[in-house]
Write a protein that binds this ligand. Structure first.
Ligand code: ASP
Ligand code: MG
Length: 411
């Protein structure tokens, strides 16, 4: 019998009425002949409330204890979910992460799944139960509760779908699916019918915030189709898979905007082996996470080196550069914290000419200056002035017709 995993996010199980509606969806799939596994998040803002409770008692609560505390949020949801299903006459059983077999490393608050022992889940499915599993949690080798990082229930769900060989993992959320770009800025954005894992991974890294990044990595690695859809209606959602029809013909699938970026430039660094290594080793030792790096040779002796960081890392990064600049003979340092990055993402750009030109032309027509450009095989990103960033995003979306379904685009 085919297995279906359904994941319900916090907003989809926020109260009794919503839990009942979610339970009805699970029951419906069961009636259609699936073995159904539900993975649920904590109700509504419960995780935030628990964090606030802890902070009232301690500004820096121990991570182990936070994991104990936060795990209770999901446990409440799954037991209530099972209770709702029994009321509908359906056999159901709820499991903690541990009971469902989630074995993780011991990095409290950001644990990684090492192994999944799904014997008990399978047994209960075979006995005709709907199995409801607490997302976001597991146990480490000594049996302590761990959590997977904020938003981690997506990863629990996709990992479980992979381990069970499920036909699909449905992610129920409060949006209709994944849009070509942020509809709050580009109101003409359309929902994508399908998108590839690679593209969504790029978009997630660029701050599109659709799903927990690691869940997509699991889906890609283990071939789990992921279907993102709304729990509020029956509108079609967005399917994330390897192959998307006409994928090669679609130049650009989506566009993103990343605000809160700062760029640090080291001018006139000695142009010799080891300098970049010195600089980035020092930044890493200060735990600065660097986005894009651009180095250009100015002469045989000198080079300029720029990199971008999140605003939240800027102070630490600036200090780190102050520490190290004389070692690499840097003549001056420039910092800009009024930039944003606008990016286009699409697998199709690998096999087409002119994508970069189209993007740059769209920006030029709006008199937007490009501070710097970085690319990957399936992405082009431009740093622009923060106050022009929304105009830039809209111009780029218009140029690539991101207001139309993929099949209807002329570009
Ligand atoms: N409840 C956790 C959080 O709010 C995990 C999740 O919702 O995926 O981050
Ligand atoms: Mg979530």
């Amino acid at each position: 019998m085919a297995i279906l995993v359904q994941k319900f996010g916090g907003t989809s199980v926020a109260n009794a009425e919503k839990i009942r509606r979610a339970a009805q969806r699970a029951l419906q799939a069961h009636k259609e002949g699936y073995q159904v596994v539900v993975v649920a998040s904590a109700r509504g803002k419960q995780t935030d409330h628990l964090i606030a409770d802890a902070k009232e008692l301690n500004d820096a609560p121990p991570r182990r204890e936070m994991d104990m505390l936060l795990a209770t949020g999901e446990i409440q949801t799954v037991s209530l979910f099972a209770i709702a299903l029994w009321d509908m006459g359906q056999k159901a059983i709820s499991f903690t992460g541990q009971q469902a077999g989630f074995m993780t490393d011991d990095a409290h608050s950001k644990a990684r799944i090492e192994r999944l022992e799904v014997g008990r889940v399978r047994g209960m499915l075979d006995e005709g139960h709907i199995v409801i599993v607490a997302g976001f949690q597991g146990i480490n080798a000594v049996g302590d509760i761990t959590t997977l990082g904020r938003g981690g229930s997506d990863t629990s769900a996709v990992a479980l779908a992979a381990a069970l060989g499920a036909e699909r993992c449905d992610i129920y959320t409060d949006v209709d699916g994944i849009y070509t770009t942020d509809p709050r800025i580009y109101t003409k954005a359309v929902k994508m019918e399908q998108i590839s894992y690679d593209e969504i991974l790029e978009m997630a890294n660029l701050g599109a915030g659709v799903m927990h990044g690691r869940s997509i990595e699991f889906g890609k690695k283990y071939n789990v189709p992921i279907y993102v859809r709304s729990s509020l209606n029956d509108n079609p959602g967005t399917l994330i898979t390897h192959e998307v029809p006409h994928m090669e013909n679609i130049l650009v699938s989506g566009a993103t905007i990343q605000r809160n970026l700062a760029k640090i430039t080291l001018l006139g660094v000695d142009n010799k082996p080891g300098n970049a290594a010195t600089i980035f080793a020092h930044l890493a030792s200060k735990r600065v996470s660097v986005n894009d790096i651009i180095q250009t040779e100015v002469s045989a002796e000198k080079a300029n080196l720029s990199f971008t960081v999140a605003h939240s890392d800027l102070d630490v990064a600036r200090q780190a550069i102050t520490d190290i600049r004389s070692q690499v003979h840097c003549s001056s340092v420039a910092v800009r914290d009024d930039l944003a990055e606008v990016s286009v993402v699409g697998v199709g750009m690998q096999s087409h000419y002119g994508v970069a030109e189209k993007m740059f032309t769209a920006l030029a027509h709006k008199q937007i200056n490009i501070d710097s450009i970085t690319t990957s095989e399936i992405r082009i990103s431009c740093l622009v002035n923060l106050e022009q960033a929304e105009t830039a995003l809209i111009a780029v979306c218009d140029a690539f017709e991101l207001d139309k379904p993929a099949a209807e685009r002329q570009v």
